[in-house]
Design a protein. Structure first.
Lengths: 804, 351
């Protein structure tokens, strides 16, 4: 009996393959986007964890110089000889061609087991000898190895445990490569310390002990980005569930007569529900598996872009390859099943409660409940109040996203009310019976369509919001690039001597040669780049200052003040005049705050003289060159050939701008891709809803036809209806999208990236999006409309014979 | 001899060698080889010989506490060269390893230190004599002009123990083999090997239970070579025995597939050394115990018929297992039989 009943139930799908396809497609698409986002996030987190675990910094405390500079090696030796189990580490970055390599120098003999990334000794005594003796070894990931293939590095050994962009080498090699002989960045404290020790303060004064952070800096920094992806994943999944809901709802409605028959033949109600649940489960598993597989493809496709974004935005290194993590894919399947049942619950409930003698007529006349719409509007208002509260009192990124969520949800809930009001307005202004019927009938269909329209609203608003944010960012960024990259040429020497030679060669041949010297140190507990600049009109005229004291450049030039970038200022709530302590204990007031987009780190600018005095070890490799723009290219060529320099030693302004822009574009490529996918799912949801309704509405349209309206006329009205509903939704999406954009720019961006951007408005983009939405709405009703036009009069007549 | 430095070399060399400690049977790779007829020259030879592959400064002490308990203490500094000679700073190919242990009847505490040469974290100087790694130190307290190693201060600390001992030699330095040229196999592998076997000790040990004042006797071994083992030798048993009549015995057996290769030096009460012919010493395991998943002989019969010696040794604590990177057994023993006394035993290469 069960087999027969199941076959009977499934035969419905056999007869309606389109419906089946819609259901499976919606479900698998939603699962795909969800799993893809989860897989990407998971991959990134695993990458961060690997990076954070480098030489045990996630587990073991370390000793640092209290003034934020290097530790002398002699301090290490005296600590060891005082009974302290510490191991020396020197870290720094070095450029090999295009690769910015983070070099970590270790001493394999004293490194605690907890901090061991590579087993230098495992390969036999020869390995330790090779590791220690010139030219040493670099332990790198496969990806880094291929990037370094043609560079002059020590021999490479490929290991899985090292994150990309990092090389582990002997401390002695690191000191040579990083130009820091006898220097250490930190000392790792072993968890096992001897019974007898000289107190730390006596053995080595001027050191501070830092505990491993509870959470890696990178995962904190990139949280925003991943939250962003997760939010998109949720949105897409929710929209996908709308499709499933309408497809399942339709299938249940259409099979009411079959249910009745099966029940009449003796199938208990409980068994019927069980069979229907089994059917849903099968669909969920099939679509879930397909979705998970698709998700893997989407993730693999997006991952390189995500990796580029993360590198560009935060300097986070991510492997470009995706590994199959069973947990992510299992979760994808489970979420597909849960989603299916969540959207099919209503249908199951109705099937369970259906009286045996219930009429088999599909209940397309579900009464539009004005009361329900009002309740939704009240909830929407409450959510809006909540959003206001979050805006005023909330702090942090989570509050920012909660604000976004409440705003979107509130917008979605208030949509039916807006549509109802619009339709009522339509009724009032319309003349003639047909139009009056048209508006009222549309109103009757609102409950069936409102979910799909809400999905469309969310997708459109997200599109407008994210689009406005990206475009505003782009506009600001371009203007900022023009200000920031004011010099015509930028040159960099491979060592200080070469840089000096370049400088001397350039001085008589250009208008100005401005040093861009820098050092890295800790300011307010964060790694910060400290730049030295000379007083020059280039800076006075062009520097992208957000806030500044009136005599800012005089103060900075005199060595009496510093400039901080927006990130540093926002993170530490710095105001003009606040004192900032630089490494080595030098304190200066903030005279200006400048914008510094696309840079994850804090930055401080001081007078070049001061930089040289405070930090004699600062790198003196780079210069900016001012010259008449027309002569820039010739000068660059002349410099290269005069000093026999490689191509990359001299870069013109235009190519730096192009590179910066490229990074920027790729940064938002993922967002754009998810945006399009979400819009696609929303379109599908609309299509599903219209197909669902049209199938049930033949009964309502038959009287119209009987009263003399032609079938093309009726079809035209159907088309008009969908366009009208979509138009109202588009109009509602614009303010919602703008609100979203504002929250993204003024709240989320500030939390996530540390900068606030002005909001620019792009009405032409809205127009394009609106037209696209109308097109989607038109297309989604096209199939039902065509079917209606081709409906045989006999079928319309039969309505009166069979059902009424 | 305590060829444990082979272990150290092995520890750095990794598990590449399949057969026993055969890694040291390989070609000497540019290192200097011990030469017969070399005259040892002090105090220079108290210092390091970086042209040789391995070397050690090795103290074992049998101690008696004010609490009436017997203890053993070990202080060892190994040097292993990744290549011959010295280099500047981190470039130095010299690596150092320290082992320290403190043994009582029912506890055995071990610590291990590793350090690179060239940066001042570990090393040995001969005037004044100082051997050190981290905070562990064996430093000369000798009067000017006296033998640098005649009076020493030896200290070390682990996570759960520490000791600080003063050693004072009551006899001369003993050269093993032919004037300190000690043969290790029939094929002729050899090392330079001398000892100071006659230290009186006083000092303090610290155990988890607290400090204990101790006195006793200690033995210092000095050995360097580049290739001390033959390819088919799988391990060794080494004995340093202080008899109550004032005589002493150093003996070892290098195990191979056959009867092994045994060597001994008998030391008279006045410190005069009588190296014995290879094979004159007979050592027989009498009882084994399961220690850290290895079958370790904890009672031995030691026979040197030419000197009327027929004794058995018994471990003070059978669990004197050195769970260092390359593990081995090393601990104090008591002696019974034709002679009474105490000493130290080291065993390596047991499965």
């Amino acid at each position: 009996m069960y087999t027969n009943s199941l076959v009977a139930l499934l035969s419905h799908w056999w007869r309606k393959p389109l419906q089946l396809a819609m259901l499976l497609l919606g479900l698998s698409l939603a699962t795909a986007i969800w799993s893809a986002v989860q897989a990407i996030n998971d991959e990134a987190r695993a990458s961060y964890a690997r990076a954070a675990a480098m030489v045990g910094q996630d587990r073991l405390p370390s000793l640092f110089a209290a003034d934020g500079t290097y530790i002398n090696q002699a301090v290490y030796v005296s600590l060891r000889r005082s009974g302290w189990s510490v191991s020396p580490v020197l870290e720094g970055t070095k450029r090999y061609g295009d690769v910015r390599l983070r070099i970590i120098g270790i001493d394999p003999l004293t490194l605690p087991a907890e901090a061991r990334q590579v087993d230098v000794v495992a390969g036999g005594g020869g390995s330790l000898r090779e590791f220690i003796a010139q030219p040493g070894l670099f332990y790198v990931s496969a990806e880094t190895a291929s990037a370094l293939m043609d560079e002059q590095t020590p021999p490479l050994r490929i290991v899985k445990s090292v994150p990309p962009g990092v090389a582990i080498t002997d401390i002695g090699q690191a000191q040579v490569l990083l130009g820091a002989p006898g220097k250490l960045s930190r000392m790792i404290l072993s968890p096992q310390q001897p019974l007898v020790q000289v107190p730390l303060a006596a053995a080595a004064p001027g050191l501070v002990r830092k505990e491993p952070p509870a959470e890696s800096a990178m995962s904190r920094l990139t949280d925003s980005f991943h939250l962003n992806l997760t939010a998109f994943g949720f949105l897409a999944f929710a929209v996908g569930l709308f499709i499933v809901h309408s497809a399942v709802g339709l299938a249940f409605e259409q099979r009411r007569s079959m249910f009745r028959t099966l029940r009449a033949l003796g199938l208990p109600s409980r068994s019927l529900v069980l069979l229907l649940a089994l059917e849903l489960l099968t669909f969920a598993v099939v679509a879930g598996c397909v979705g998970v597989a698709m998700g893997y493809l989407v993730a693999a496709m997006l991952l390189p872009d995500v990796a580029t974004s993360l590198r560009g935005l935060y300097g986070a290194e991510l492997e470009g390859t995706l590994s199959l993590r069973p947990s992510v894919w299992g979760a994808g399947l489970i979420i597909a099943i849960l989603g299916t049942f969540a959207s099919g619950l209503q249908g199951l409930w109705q099937a369970a409660r259906m009286p045996l003698l219930a009429p088999a007529r599909p209940r397309a006349w579900a009464l539009a409940s004005e009361q329900q719409i009002l309740v939704q509007a009240i909830v929407a208002t409450l959510l809006l109040v909540m959003a206001g509260g979050l805006l005023m009192f909330g702090t942090g990124l989570i509050a920012g996203f909660a604000l976004l969520a409440t705003l979107l949800l509130s917008g979605a809930l208030v949509l039916p009310l807006l549509l109802m009001l619009a339709l009522k307005a339509g009724t009032w202004v319309s003349r003639g019976a047909v139009l009056q019927w048209f508006w009222s009938d549309t109103r009757q269909q609102l409950p069936g369509l409102s979910l799909a329209l809400m999905a469309l609203l969310l997708a459109l608003a997200a599109n407008i919001g994210v689009g406005s944010m990206v475009s505003s960012f782009r506009l600001t960024f371009l203007g900022w690039l023009d200000q920031r990259l004011a010099s015509e040429l930028y040159v960099a020497g491979r060592n200080t001597a070469e840089a000096e030679t370049m400088h001397d060669w350039l001085v008589p041949r250009s208008d100005a040669v401005l040093p861009i010297w820098n050092t890295e140190g800790e300011v307010m507990g964060q790694p910060v780049l400290i730049y030295g600049i000379v007083d020059h009109a280039t800076y006075r005229a062009k520097w992208p200052m957000l806030e500044a004291m009136p005599n800012v450049w005089d103060e900075v030039a005199a060595g009496k003040a510093l400039l901080a970038n927006e990130q540093l200022a926002r993170r530490n709530h710095l105001k003009l005049g606040d004192s900032v302590r630089l490494p080595g204990g030098h304190a200066l007031p903030v005279a200006g705050i400048f914008s510094d987009y696309g840079n994850p780190k804090g930055q401080v600018i001081i007078a070049n003289d001061l930089l040289v005095r405070f930090y004699p070890e600062a790198s003196r490799l780079r210069y900016a060159v001012r010259v008449a723009p027309a002569k820039a290219a010739d000068l660059a060529d002349a410099l290269r050939s005069a000093l026999n320099l490689p191509e990359e030693a001299v870069i013109d302004q235009a190519s730096i701008k192009a590179t910066s822009l490229k990074i920027f574009e790729r940064t938002f490529a993922v967002t754009a891709a998810l945006n399009v996918l979400t819009l696609g799912v929303a379109a599908l949801a609309m299509l599903a809803s219209f197909v669902t309704l049209s199938g049930m509405r033949v009964a309502q349209l038959a009287p119209l036809w009987a009263m003399g309206l032609t079938r093309p006329h009726i079809a035209g009205l159907e088309l008009l209806r969908s366009l009208a509903l979509a138009a109202v939704t588009v109009l509602a999406a614009i303010p919602l999208g703008l609100g979203l954009a504002w929250v993204l720019l003024a709240v989320v961006n500030v939390e996530a990236f540390g900068w606030r951007l002005p909001l620019y408005i792009f009405p032409f983009e809205w127009l394009k999006l609106g037209l696209l939405a109308l097109l989607v709405a038109g297309l989604s009703v096209l199939l039902p409309a065509i079917r209606l036009m081709r409906l045989a009069p006999a079928d319309l007549l039969r309505i009166f014979a069979d059902e009424r | 001899m305590n060829a444990k430095a082979c272990l150290f070399y092995l520890c750095l060399a990794g598990p590449a060698m399949a057969q026993g400690f055969a890694g040291l049977g390989s070609d000497s790779g540019g290192f200097a080889l011990p030469q017969e007829g070399t005259v040892l020259n002090f105090p220079q030879d108290h210092g390091p010989h970086p042209q040789f592959r391995i070397e050690w400064w090795y103290v074992t002490a049998n101690l008696h506490g004010a609490d009436g308990q017997s203890y053993g203490a070990q202080w060892t500094l190994f040097r292993a060269a990744l290549s011959p000679g010295e280099g500047e700073g981190w470039q130095s190919p010299q690596a150092w390893m320290g082992h320290a242990a403190l043994t009582s009847k029912d506890s055995h505490h071990v610590a291990e230190r590793l350090a690179r040469g060239g940066i001042g974290q570990a090393g040995v100087t001969f005037t004044p004599f100082v051997a050190f790694i981290d905070d562990w130190k064996m430093a000369s307290k000798s009067a000017p002009g006296a033998d640098e190693i005649a009076d020493l201060e030896v200290s070390a600390a682990g996570t759960d123990f520490a000791y600080d001992l003063t050693l004072s030699a009551k006899g001369p330095i003993v050269l093993h083999g032919q004037s300190g040229y000690s043969v290790k196999s029939p094929e002729g592998q050899a090392s330079h090997y001398y000892s100071q076997p006659a230290y009186k000790v006083s000092g303090q040990i610290t155990l988890p239970g607290g400090p204990v004042a101790v006195t006793g006797q200690a033995w210092l071994d000095r050995e360097w070579s580049s290739q001390p083992l033959s390819a088919n030798q799988s391990g060794w048993d080494w004995f340093s025995l202080h008899f109550d009549d004032g005589t002493k015995l150093m003996g070892y057996r290098l195990r191979d597939s056959g009867a092994g290769f045994s060597v001994a030096t008998w030391i008279a009460g006045d410190g005069r050394a009588e190296p014995q012919a290879p094979g004159a010493l007979r050592v027989t395991p009498l009882e084994t115990a399961r220690v850290a998943d290895h079958d370790i002989p904890v009672r031995w019969r030691i026979e040197l018929p030419g000197k009327g010696i027929n004794v058995t040794t018994k471990a003070l604590n059978p669990n004197a297992w050195m769970n260092t990177q390359v593990p081995y057994w090393e601990g104090p023993v008591t002696i019974e039989g034709s002679h009474q006394g105490e000493g130290y035993v080291e065993m390596t290469g047991y499965q």
